[in-house]
Design a protein around this ligand. Structure first.
Ligand SMILES: [Zn+2]
Length: 126
């Protein structure tokens, strides 16, 4: 088993972040926004590792990324709008955004989780 180098890892993540297959960089990889294909439509390699709780990591990544996005946007709004911060807008917009963003990031998080996993556990040649 050969662990990929930094350049290969960057390529895996780049492909995943643009909703392409981490293996080949093409697709299709989704049947719909909330449904992944079992295998890449181009290369046929699996988009799951065959473990029952495999995508718990993707869910965790999704929540962490959502929280980081919220924190970044919150700090940016504070810095840009200080001292007239729109607290009323933030008190409404922040919870709505926190509820919507995980759904928007759902397919990205699954593919990034696969790229992350492939970075540490590359596929074995059969
Ligand atoms: Zn592929």
């Amino acid at each position: 088993m050969v662990v990929p180098g930094a350049r290969q890892v960057a390529r895996l993540f780049g492909r995943a972040l643009t909703l392409h297959c981490p293996h080949c960089g093409k697709g299709p990889v989704r049947e719909s926004w909330f449904r992944m294909r079992h295998a890449c439509g181009n290369c046929g390699r699996p988009l799951e590792r065959g473990e029952p709780d495999y995508f718990l990591g993707a869910m965790l990544f999704n929540l962490v990324l959502s929280e980081l996005l919220f924190a970044g946007i919150f700090v940016a709004v504070l810095v840009l709008m200080w001292p007239t911060v729109p607290w009323d807008g933030i008190s409404v917009g922040a919870p709505v955004g926190m509820a919507i963003v995980p759904f928007l990031l759902y397919p990205v998080s699954k593919l990034v989780w696969l790229a992350f996993d492939l970075s540490f556990r590359p596929e074995r040649d059969a």
